[in-house]
Write a protein that binds this ligand. Structure first.
Ligand code: NAD
Length: 705
């Protein structure tokens, strides 16, 4: 046997799950485990069985590599293992070290006793990939801790720590050491304490009669079924079944609901996102390189971005010096940094002492010499090439030769900045998103001379900073901002045809974006886009002149109380966009000047024009090699721009719509279709086909198959 080890201690059989790196309960492991459980059950010398994991951990659950494999009639799954446990007359104990997630936790739930090491975590995260716990979790957890608490854990897919687990009765015992000994003690107690035999209950202080209320509340709290809540509503149905049906019938209901989800579009999209994220660091043409350790960092510019980036470094334990010669900016930044850490104290996430220490990790100075021994310096000054080049030249003379010089530019040419230094191999783009300490995305931009070592260091740094990193090639706007540029242009064109910004935003929100294109522009600052276009007059032609008019009127967005919308301190804390007829009149005026006739536009056309603008540009970026894989673009849009994850990202969504349909519309809108889009549309292809024939999982070289 390769995935399981057994050992008898007297009349107790210890079954060790041994499937590195996370003891996943693969089909292969389950195939070995079922007969082992059956043999123990049939063995008169054996009184009890202990499940434990090898390598200091219990199990992370199902094996994601099995997702692409169709089970045959012979395939055994974790459900078969659990069925064998359920049938057995012996006592089962789960000894949990480090983690028991998904199917791993469901195996523990099917056992008679659960004992865990104090720093272990348990959870049922299936909802995150649009599924529900399908090996009895939705039936056993409510019986164990009550439906209300079980719903909270499963709907959030959150990790539960041992203090809570003990308090709620999820585990019987928590120990600080000698886990196996503690498990043996429980095994010796014997007896059958199957969760399946317990009577279902709603939760502490709740009478069974309250079930309809609890269920309807739960349905109200999750997103709508057709917009992000598909799995959540099914999960609630499964838990409701646990309260209403005998155990076996509830289990059957869970199985049916699970299958429905497994075959659903939202789950397919979420699984795509999950896999796409794992592909991100596979760079086809990058020779192996050893990343450098980043122990000390520098940031130039104490503005919105610089401050957020400095907080991000400090939180990851990397001390950082921030340079800005503008005193007012430094004062504001200091307040933001301290305010941020004190907020964490208020929320009970850290102690005063920890906050003070983190605050000390961010030092403000105007002396560049402090950066001499920095391993990486991120420049976040104004979006202006001359200013940036000056900063790079200066950094090049001061920072140690092996130090990496990075730019947080939104759109500017990394190679041109590199040309201002004698170390172009160590120059790279690190494009954070606002607010930098919260947004999970980091676009890493490689210049033509950026070395593999510098790229490898950037990826490692991203991990330390807890960011999801996507590699882009140097080009105007890289991936995200290049695409958002076309998206905003499409929104502006619609407004000039007489569609109100409020309606355009409402259509985007209905699709699942947290906000529409105009509210987004108001949030990041209308002048940000305007400044970018000042640097690139060639790109400005495709944009509505309303942008310039708003800047002339000092309508810069939320920060000035008005932009595409107006804002009122007393409405939604000054963040709620209020439609403004003045702006609609501006669009009408500019539209007229441009010879555009107002016309009726349907909601579906509004959506198509917004999304197909993203998709068509995405196809160009793939073709030009700015983005490596369609999945990389999807991740950028989901993590950086709020594209609804259950729709898989723009490129995944395009495949769902059908590329022929997208292409026909792109042509009908009068846009220049990307040659790649045309080619795929004509051959009935998909973006998802753009992975190598060498590896079904997309490793290795990318081919435009
Ligand atoms: P900001 O205007 O808030 O801050 C810029 C800061 O740089 C100011 O405090 C200014 O005093 C300082 N500065 C200017 N020249 C300097 C110099 N030579 N030396 C030291 N400090 C100098 O701007 P921001 O929004 O933080 O943007 C900074 C960079 O980040 C830009 O390149 C921008 O494109 C990029 N960016 C912005 C966003 C965003 O949404 N705001 C998002 C991603 C990237």
């Amino acid at each position: 046997m390769s995935y399981i080890k057994t050992e008898d201690r007297g009349d107790i059989r210890i079954i060790t799950l041994d499937n590195p790196p996370v003891n996943s309960l693969s089909y292969a492991l389950s195939g070995e485990l079922v007969p082992v459980v059956e043999a123990a059950s049939a063995d008169p010398k054996i009184k009890a069985v202990i499940f434990i994991g090898a390598g200091g951990q219990f199990s992370a659950g199902a094996d994601i590599n099995d997702f692409g494999t169709k089970p045959t009639a012979q395939t055994k799954t974790i459900r078969d293992v659990i069925a064998a446990v359920e049938k057995s007359e012996k006592t089962f104990v789960a000894a949990i070290e480090k983690m028991a997630f998904g199917g791993g936790f469901e195996l523990a739930l099917a056992s008679d006793y659960r004992v865990a090491l104090v720093d272990a975590k348990i959870g049922l995260p299936e909802i995150k990939i649009g599924l529900l716990p399908g090996a009895g979790g939705t039936q056993r957890l409510p019986r164990l801790i009550g439906a209300q608490d079980a719903l909270d854990i499963m709907l959030k897919g959150r990790n539960v720590k041992m203090d809570e687990a003990k308090e709620k009765g999820i585990v019987d015992e928590v120990v600080t050491s000698n886990l196996l000994e503690a498990a043996i003690e429980l095994a010796n107690k014997g007896g059958k304490r199957r969760v399946s035999h317990k009577k279902p209950w709603l939760g502490k202080g709740l009478v069974d009669k309250a079930l309809p209320f609890v269920v309807s509340q739960a349905h109200k709290l999750v997103p709508p079924e057709d917009n992000g809540g598909f799995a959540a509503h099914k999960l609630i149905d499964a838990v409701e079944a646990s309260m209403e049906l005998p155990f076996e019938f509830g289990l059957a209901r869970e199985g049916r609901l699970f299958m429905e989800l497994a075959l659903s579009a939202p789950s397919a999209a979420l699984r795509h996102v999950f896999f796409a994220e794992r592909e991100l660091s596979k760079i086809p043409d990058l020779p192996a390189a050893k990343p450098l350790d980043v122990k000390k960092a520098g940031v130039i510019g104490a503005g919105t971005m610089g401050t957020g980036i400095a907080i991000t470094f400090a939180q990851a334990g990397i001390p950082v010096h921030v340079i800005d010669s503008n005193e007012a900016a430094v004062d504001r930044a200091k307040q933001t940094v301290m305010g941020m850490f004190m907020y964490q104290v208020q929320k009970g996430r850290m102690t005063q002492e920890e906050a003070w220490k983190l605050g000390q990790a961010v030092q403000f100075t105007d002396d560049y010499n402090e950066l001499a021994d920095a391993d990486v310096v991120v420049e976040a000054v104004f979006e202006n090439m001359d200013v940036k080049k000056e900063v790079f030249t200066k950094l090049d003379t001061i920072v140690k030769p092996e130090g990496i010089l990075a730019s947080n530019t939104s759109t500017l040419d990394i190679d041109e900045m590199a040309s201002a230094t004698k170390r172009p191999d160590k120059v790279i783009g690190l494009h954070f998103f606002v607010p930098a300490n919260i947004m999970p995305l980091l676009e890493i931009v490689r210049g033509k001379d950026t070395s593999p070592e510098t790229i490898a260091t950037a990826f490692k740094l991203a991990k330390t900073l807890r960011k999801t990193a996507v590699l882009a090639r140097n080009a105007f706007g890289f991936i995200g901002n290049r695409m958002i540029f076309d998206y905003s242009a499409a929104a502006g064109a619609l407004a000039e045809e007489g569609v109100s910004p409020a309606r355009i935003d409402a259509v985007a929100k209905k699709f699942g974006f947290p906000m529409g294109p105009f509210a987004m522009s108001d949030l990041s600052g209308v002048d940000v886009g305007w400044r970018i276009l000042k640097e690139r007059p060639d790109m400005a032609k495709s944009r509505s002149n309303v942008l310039n008019r708003l800047v002339e009127m000092n309508r810069l967005g939320q920060k000035t109380g008005a932009g595409y919308f107006t804002y009122d301190k007393n409405v939604g804390k000054g963040r709620e966009p209020i439609p403004d007829p003045v702006v609609e009149a501006l669009f009408a005026e500019e539209g007229k000047k441009a010879g555009i006739k107002p016309r009726e536009v349907s909601d579906s056309e509004i959506l198509e024009r917004l999304l197909y603008a993203l998709i068509n540009r995405g196809a160009y970026l793939l073709e030009e090699g700015v983005a490596i894989r369609p999945g990389d673009i999807d991740i950028v849009y989901i993590y950086g721009y709020g594209f609804p994850p259950h729709r898989g990202g723009p490129m995944w969504y395009a495949d769902e719509v059908g590329l022929k349909n997208v292409y026909d519309k792109v042509v009908a809108f009068g846009w220049q279709p990307a040659p790649l889009l045309k080619k795929l549309a004509e051959s009935n292809g998909k973006f998802a086909d753009l992975v190598t024939a060498k590896s079904p999982k997309g490793q290795g070289e990318l081919t435009h198959a």
